[in-house]
Design a protein around this ligand. Structure first.
Ligand SMILES: C[S@@+](CC[C@H](N)C(=O)[O-])C[C@H]1O[C@@H](n2cnc3c(N)ncnc32)[C@H](O)[C@@H]1O
Length: 261
C-alpha cells in the first residue's frame, strides 16, 4: 500500500465515523425534519454559502459536486433545477445524501470514490459547474483533484471551491492550541493555503475571484447544545468590524476559477 493510499483510508474512516454536520440536528437521523434542521443550522452558521454557490443560477445546468458530504448543498442545487452529480469518499455521508434526495423527491447521479481518481470514476463528460466546498484540503493529494477536474470543464464552465485559509483567525487559534480544524477532533488532513499557494495549486486555471469569509463566533460549549451565544469578544465588536475581520481573516477561501483559455 502506498503512503497516500494509507492516508486516504484514514481520511475515509474519519468521515465515516462522523459525517460532516451530522450533529446539526437532534431529530431522528435521516428524517425530513432532521435534514431540514441540518440545513437551517448550516446556513445560519455559514451564511456565505448560498451566495457563493448561487444555487438558482445553475437551474437547467450540469453541476458536479466533489465531496457532497451529507448533501446540504447538493439538495439545494437539485431543488433549484440543476442536473446534479456528486462524488463522495465516505459511504456513510453519501448514504445520507441519497436518502435525502429520496425524501425530497430529487434526482441526482452519485459516485462513491476518491476524487483524486475522478477520471477513472466519472465517465468523460462536461459540466457547467464543478463545486467543492471544504473538501479538497482534506485529501492527501489536492493537486490530483484539481488536475483531474480539468477534464470535466469546458471553456465556459466554472469551478467554485472553498479551501481553508492560512492567514486566518482560525489558523492562528489552531496554531496557539486553542482550536481545531473540524468540529470533531483528530481530523487527519486539513491543509491551509495562502492566496499565492492557491494560485500555485490551480495552475492551468484563471482565478476569477478569491475572497476570505467566515469566522465562527459562538461559544462552543453552548453551540453543541444548540444555543447560540457569541464569544464575549465578538459580542462586544460592532457588526461592521466583525465583517471586516471575516473578510480579511476568514477561514474559508472562496475561489471562483475557469480553465485558462
Ligand atoms: C468538511 S466535509 C464537507 C462536506 C460538504 N462539502 C459540506 O460542505 O458539507 C469534507 C468531505 O470531503 C470528503 N472527502 C475527503 N477527501 C475526499 C476525496 N479524496 N474524495 C471525495 N471526497 C472526499 C469527506 O468524506 C467529507 O465528506
Amino acid at each position: 500500500m502506498s503512503a497516500s493510499t494509507a492516508d486516504l483510508d484514514v481520511v475515509r474512516d474519519y468521515w465515516n465515523r462522523r459525517p460532516c454536520n451530522v450533529r446539526h440536528s437532534q431529530a431522528r437521523i435521516g428524517s425530513k425534519e432532521y435534514f431540514d434542521q441540518v440545513e437551517a443550522r448550516k446556513y445560519m452558521v455559514e451564511p456565505h454559502i448560498p451566495a457563493f454557490a448561487d444555487f438558482a443560477f445553475w437551474k437547467g445546468k450540469r453541476v458536479l459536486e466533489i465531496g457532497c458530504g451529507l448533501g446540504t448543498d447538493a439538495t439545494n442545487f437539485a431543488r433549484a433545477g440543476a442536473n446534479y452529480t456528486g462524488i463522495e469518499l465516505s459511504s456513510a455521508s453519501l448514504g445520507l445524501t441519497k436518502k435525502r434526495f429520496e425524501i425530497f423527491g430529487l434526482s441526482g447521479t452519485f459516485y462513491l470514490g476518491n476524487a483524486e481518481e475522478l477520471n477513472e470514476i466519472i465517465p468523460s463528460q462536461k459540466f457547467d459547474l464543478i463545486y467543492s466546498f471544504g473538501v479538497i484540503h482534506h485529501t492527501p493529494n489536492p493537486g490530483r483533484v484539481i488536475e483531474a477536474a480539468k477534464n470535466y470543464l469546458d471553456t465556459g464552465s466554472e469551478f467554485r471551491l472553498m479551501l481553508y485559509a492560512k492567514h486566518s483567525w482560525k489558523a492562528a487559534m489552531i496554531d496557539a492550541g486553542m482550536d481545531q480544524p473540524e468540529a470533531q477532533s483528530g481530523c487527519p488532513i486539513a491543509f491551509t493555503y495562502t492566496k499565492e499557494e492557491v494560485a500555485d495549486l490551480m495552475r492551468g486555471y484563471e482565478i476569477i475571484n478569491m475572497q476570505q469569509d467566515h469566522i465562527f463566533p459562538y461559544i462552543v460549549e453552548k453551540y453543541v447544545k444548540y444555543e447560540y451565544e457569541l464569544q464575549p469578544w465578538f459580542a462586544a465588536m460592532p457588526k461592521e468590524m466583525f465583517r471586516a475581520l471575516e473578510q480579511h481573516f476568514g477561514w474559508h477561501m472562496l475561489i471562483r476559477a475557469r480553465l485558462l483559455a
